[in-house]
Design a protein around this ligand. Sequence first.
Ligand SMILES: *Cc1c(COP(=O)(O)O)cnc(C)c1O
Length: 402
Amino acid sequence: MLKLNAHPAGRHFLQIPGPSPVPDRILHAMCHPTIDHRGPEFAELGFKVLNGIKGIFQTKQPVVIYPASGTGAWEAALSNTLSPGDEVLMFETGHFASLWHKMALKLGLKPQVIASPGAEHWRKGVDAQLIETQLRADRDKRIKAVCVVHNETSTGVVSDIAAVRRAIDAAGHPALLLVDTISGLASADFRHDEWGIDVSISGSQKGLMLPPGISFNAVSAKAIEASKSAKLPRSFWAWDEIIEVNKTGYWPYTPNTNLLYGLAEALDLINDEGLQNVLARHQHLAQTCRIAINAWGLDIQCADASAYSPVLTGVITPEHVDADRVRQIIYQRFNMSLGTGLGKLKGRMFRIGHLGDCNELTLMATLTGCEMGLQLAGVKLRDSGVQAAMDYLREHSPSSQA
Ligand SMILES: *Cc1c(COP(=O)(O)O)cnc(C)c1O
């Protein structure tokens, strides 16, 4: 058993789907002394991150940065745009969609949750057709927002957000489109403007490779308009004051200065590699991971090949095998953390994160740890997933991906 005060040799393998490993360049950037958040140098940093983050969301509209975890940005999206008793349409894709639903209830909204047939197994993404049907049936336009999770981190399933936009338009419905891309941003293709999203929600500790602690709302003109008449109480989260002060490069309250140093560095890292290359690398690693799981003869949590996540992959363990025991063996024996099954998936599956600061050999080491851990747990594997992944990687590079 690793003790907290022990220092095992080598790096801990943090292969959970967020927080993801923080690269040295970002750690160093955050070591700079904290500066006066109202002083003259600060605005330069403020402008750099406020403008730079827009490129990652693929938007020209304002992006609000909060000193808060992703959950705060969820609340900000709801409380800035909606009023008590408003109906919102949500979709059951997994644990994070359920948590957002619970928050909507606590805030006094009236969420309707759509579940497609088989959705209770959490193996599929959003069915845009069902959203369209529901919106068409809402003749009095009582539904004020459609809330969906882009990359469902509990399952490794990506939803087609452009299709949700088309569904809303096809129904001729004025509802806002709110999208949680907390684990999708900077790892999975995401286009705030092109997909007509009204509020995009994200966080720092997933694809952006930062520690937890800052989160985002990218907002459309329509969302800002809605915020002017929205009645849910809000103060800390209120966009109007923040966006106004951000125009000068500052914040109305103390922002997370050192995390903003880290964000500035993360933007440089992503832009140096090129956002499209970052996304292609994630697809490449995810594909390699699936090849290993298939070789093992195990099932992938995502049951729809068109919805595989480039961020993480869920591995279902055989019926009699507790997935958390496999994780525990891997942690104790090989100093690697894997994601636990969340909610109803507890013990039934584990999640391999391959996001952020991850390359082919990081993934190979991860797969090796998984393969040995599964064997130590007594799982009979069909073939070596590690060998299958090596065979694949020898012949394919990220750029050879479509
Ligand atoms: C991580 C995550 C959250 C929660 O974010 P916190 O930073 O833990 O508050 C919400 N939704 C998704 C999809 C996530 O991956």
